[in-house]
Design a protein around this ligand. Sequence first.
Ligand SMILES: CC(C)(COP(=O)(O)OP(=O)(O)OC[C@H]1O[C@@H](n2cnc3c(N)ncnc32)[C@H](O)[C@@H]1OP(=O)(O)O)[C@@H](O)C(=O)NCCC(=O)NCCS
Length: 175
Amino acid sequence: MDGLIQNPANTPPPRGPRLLITPLKHQHLDQVMEIERACFSRPWERRIFEAEVVFPHALCLAALTVPQGLLVGYLIMWLVVDEAQIQNIAVHPGCRGQGVGKALLRQGLEEARRRGGTWASLEVRPSNLAARRLYASLGFAEMGRRPGYYQPEGEDALLLNAELAWLDGPGGEIP
Ligand SMILES: CC(C)(COP(=O)(O)OP(=O)(O)OC[C@H]1O[C@@H](n2cnc3c(N)ncnc32)[C@H](O)[C@@H]1OP(=O)(O)O)[C@@H](O)C(=O)NCCC(=O)NCCS
């Protein structure tokens, strides 16, 4: 994950939206691209998302508001043998701090565990405190650092891992 744009207006409303976490589909990609461009200085291109939503080893989730069906966040994860690799997660700047990111990541990790995953990994900028807090809240711990990983500015990447065995919460199977 790369190229974070800080959100200066990250003030959460008092109540969060009712959410449906569901598989991310091609039909969601216009909304995905709006959020992606709002979140990252070097956003993924649309063709990458188009490939991810049909890639057999990818687990792609959307967070939709109920009943409006507006996409407010998404998660892209790869399942490689027993490892869940978090490739991308983003929440609409106007919907942050309301549990959307945590709901997406938790359901993604639970689904990865159901499919045989035992641990999860990701990279994050040390300066991305919101993301680091999210990951810490789901058991991720720092396992290493890649110096100068994020270019051109040369910020390091923190490597975080989490065991999935502790996840035993409820939640329906994601088709
Ligand atoms: C990181 C991101 C996905 C978090 O999504 P979110 O919906 O705002 O997060 P949540 O509301 O679910 O919060 C999850 C946890 O992180 C904490 N958190 C969220 N935003 C925070 C902030 N700005 N500062 C401090 N903590 C924050 C919450 O308090 C919560 O912790 P808790 O469960 O211990 O209370 C969102 O900020 C985002 O889209 N950022 C831009 C894209 C990005 O950086 N992606 C990750 C790249 S590695």
